[in-house]
Design a protein around this ligand. Sequence first.
Ligand SMILES: O=C1C=c2cc(C(=O)O)[nH]c2=CC1=O
Length: 578
Amino acid sequence: MNGRQPSECPENFSGGARCMDEMCGPVAGLGSDPVVAGSGGVVGGEAACSMWRVGLLLVTLCATLTLAQFPRQCVTPEGLLSGQCCPSPAGVAGDECGSSTGRGQCVVIAADNRRHGPQYPYAGRDDREKWPLRFFNRTCQCNGNFSGYNCGQCRHGLTGPNCDQRISVVRRNIMQMSAAEKQAFVNALDQAKTTVHPDLVICTRRYQEVFGPDGNTPQFENVTIYNYFVWSHYYSVSKTYLGSGQTSFGGVDFSHEGPGFVTWHRFHLIQLERDMQNMLGDSTFALPYWNFAIGGSECDICTDELLGARSSFDMSSISPNSVFSQWRVICESVEDYDTFGTICNSTETSPIRRNPAGNVARPMVQKLPEPQDVLDCLELNAFDTPPYYSTSSESFRNTIEGYSAPQGMYDPVVRSLHNLAHLFLNGTGGQTHLSPNDPIFVLLHTFTDAIFDEWLSRHQPGEVVYPEENAPIGHNRNFNMVPFWPPVTNAEMFVAATENLGYSYEVQWPTRAYTVSEIITIGVVAAVLLVAVLGGVIACAVRARSYRSAEALEPLLGETFRCYSEDDRRLDKSQSVV
Ligand SMILES: O=C1C=c2cc(C(=O)O)[nH]c2=CC1=O
């Protein structure tokens, strides 16, 4: 592993206490060794007991940092066997979930029990069913604004010792950032790629093998912040292993092809953003977005200033002038995982592949979505429609995901919006088990999330529109999203971001072009108005002219009348005189 070892505990986990490398290093296993917290083979008697206690103490001290699939101190053999993961934020015995200070309490995990759709026909064959019950059945439930695996954190959008100060970050269009901001973002991503996650370990075996070959060595491993982001996506989409010699089952996806697509990816991004904020010590850090709905065949963010230009040596490689040409992917050996029932680990292998607009075999994915596609999908009223799958029609979710035409009609050959942006990249970023390895994934998904947030804001739906049951496995409203810890349901992410999640988007939504029928209607109305106005003008002109003609005659008549009247007056005068 090429990461550096962090030398300080994040303040919000440790109260600012320094977490010494010599303490954390061997216990937490920050390095390339598997994390075998609490394990040490078979040691007998008092010595073993005191070693165990010291080990446990060190684990407790250091592992109060953990926010991950599973907190580090929970993945001991005893922790796994107990099924309970309720650490103390202060590392104090008897203070599970900070109960002594009223932060939270240890409770039984509620896992979704509702029926799921027919796509997954098995029961008990996949560790991710009823997540996370295969691994743990008790977790922290936090009070008020406290949050996190040990209630040592604040809910999204809140900060301060009592979690009562509002905080919000603004996600902006990366193309509108200054050169310095762009550089800072690229640097931050690169730092995340090489910084070992201070809190996090990943599970590298199915539960059946999670205690290791000796039955006492939990199979968890350290991972960098960015690689955790990649790994969690892989874990959510991987096939169900059905046993040696059997084909793994691919009709399962805990983060795509269902209503949870938008909620799962939303939490995925929030977690990365938080991890990067902690890494940078900057609570204002916000992920930017890539407006991929610009049409055409140019990848505007594929420059060396941003996500890397095309290499002039190899059409499918990133330019050596970009730091991303140095990145190596994880989770590449998907055939092995599916054949042998193994799980992706943190081993990095090949460079990122990317050839935007270069899929000659599939011309449909050589062009990015159009601005109008975004506006069309935002007009769809239904969040999702039965069967809540990639075949749903008139579904906002299936349309933004990109299995329907932008106007909502499902068509098996169509790829639009989010899917089209992935496939346009034509390489690492276009393969679901690998795609987050290309950092464009982050920006593509923040924009997808911005569209979801705009839809929430325009339609104000309420969680009732999110299906409670019969969605594909993992996608029901109250399913705990895989593989996140502590448990978080789809429903918890089905809320407006600004008010509930501590971030918002600065987006100029394109203005709507008129449809043909609207153009015709406008033309007809304009023509009618024009005729009416012209008619009015002509009528006025005619009247004015007739007045003028009348006025032209008037002097004659006037003269005549005057003549008469003068004659009369004269007559009168003469008469009076007379
Ligand atoms: O990473 C992804 C890659 C995808 C490819 C398609 C497709 O429509 O073929 N969809 C994808 C979603 C991804 O998340």
